[in-house]
Design a protein around this ligand. Structure first.
Ligand code: GUN
Length: 297
């Protein structure tokens, strides 16, 4: 078997095109562009790249972007004050605080300071709670961008996910936990495995859908995968290039080359989940802009 490649670049372009249509609708109705405020603290190179890419993609669909770049030594209080200012700014529809934050700042305090209706990342406790309850409350919440991207890619390949066994490797608040909730909502049987799980391979081999979100290069070997499974690789790991050690390259959490002969479909790295995350951020932001016109939360 050779797996079908699930091309995140193509699906992300579709999500961005849909978001662009919504932006145009918003502009014609309200005579102002939806606006995303991005807060970046410190000089983490990966975060700087993400923030630049977000700005570029947002501008391409007609969304305004405000970058708030802050020194790594900013106090928690000053950051909370900035969030309060963005919450009160009518021009700002979405707020994203790039994670990770420096250690002296409690990320949970900062995230929960964001007005939930401007929480483009879907990380605020109210949105997390609504996502967990599911049902109609999903319409009022924002779903975190990376698991939403994975979900949209899965649904493109398998419109009816009910009854499938989904195994998620990783239990982070950004990916693993919200991914599990989205798949439960689709009536999957969901198992989450993590660093303390015993004999992970035995569990992953039962997965019809395998989502790897651990940040460990090439951890998932071909013999961890059930033949015919759909594999979503969230990992983006920079490693030394074996054919030229002076260079680096990006690899996922899955041993992609060997997994190709076992899985029925798989996302590549790069070009899989990565582009979907930003596309879903734009989608969430324009949704937030519309919701702010009709309700408080
Ligand atoms: N850092 C890594 N992924 C994310 C994300 O989806 N949102 C934010 N705010 N920070 C991140």
């Amino acid at each position: 078997m050779t797996a079908t490649i699930i091309d995140g670049k193509i699906i992300a372009a579709e999500v961005r095109a849909e978001a662009k249509v919504e932006v145009e609708k918003f502009v014609s109705l309200y005579n102002t562009n939806p606006c995303l405020a991005v807060v970046l603290v410190g000089e983490n190179p990966a975060s700087q790249v993400y923030v630049r890419t977000k700005s570029k993609m947002a501008k391409e669909i007609g969304m305004d972007i405000e970058d708030h770049i802050k020194d790594k030594d900013i106090s928690e209080k000053d950051l909370i004050d900035l969030i309060a200012q963005l919450n009160n700014d009518k021009k700002v529809n979405g707020i994203l605080v790039q994670l990770p934050l420096p250690e002296h700042i409690d990320s949970r305090v900062i995230i929960d300071a964001i007005d939930p209706i401007k929480d483009a990342d879907g990380f605020h406790a109210l949105n997390v709670g609504r996502n967990s309850i599911g049902g109609d409350l999903l319409k009022k919440s924002f779903v975190p961008c990376t698991p939403l991207g994975c979900y949209l890619m899965l649904k493109k390949n398998i419109p009816n996910l009910a009854g499938m066994h989904a195994v998620i490797i990783g239990r982070s608040n950004i990916v693993g936990k919200p991914m599990a909730q989205l798949l439960l909502e689709e009536s999957c049987t969901v198992t989450t495995v993590h660093s303390k799980t015993k004999d992970i391979e035995t569990i992953t081999r039962q997965a019809d859908i395998l989502v790897a979100a651990v940040g460990r290069p090439l951890m998932v070997k071909a013999d961890w995968i059930k033949p015919g499974a759909v594999v979503i690789d969230v990992g983006i790991n920079r490693v030394e290039n074996p054919s030229d050690t002076s260079k680096t390259m990006l690899v996922g959490d899955v041993d992609y080359v060997n997994a190709m002969s076992v899985a029925s479909a798989i996302t590549p790295v790069p070009g899989g989940v990565g582009p979907m995350t930003i596309a879903c951020l734009l989608r969430n932001t324009v949704q937030a802009a519309f919701r702010q016109k009709i309700s408080k939360i």
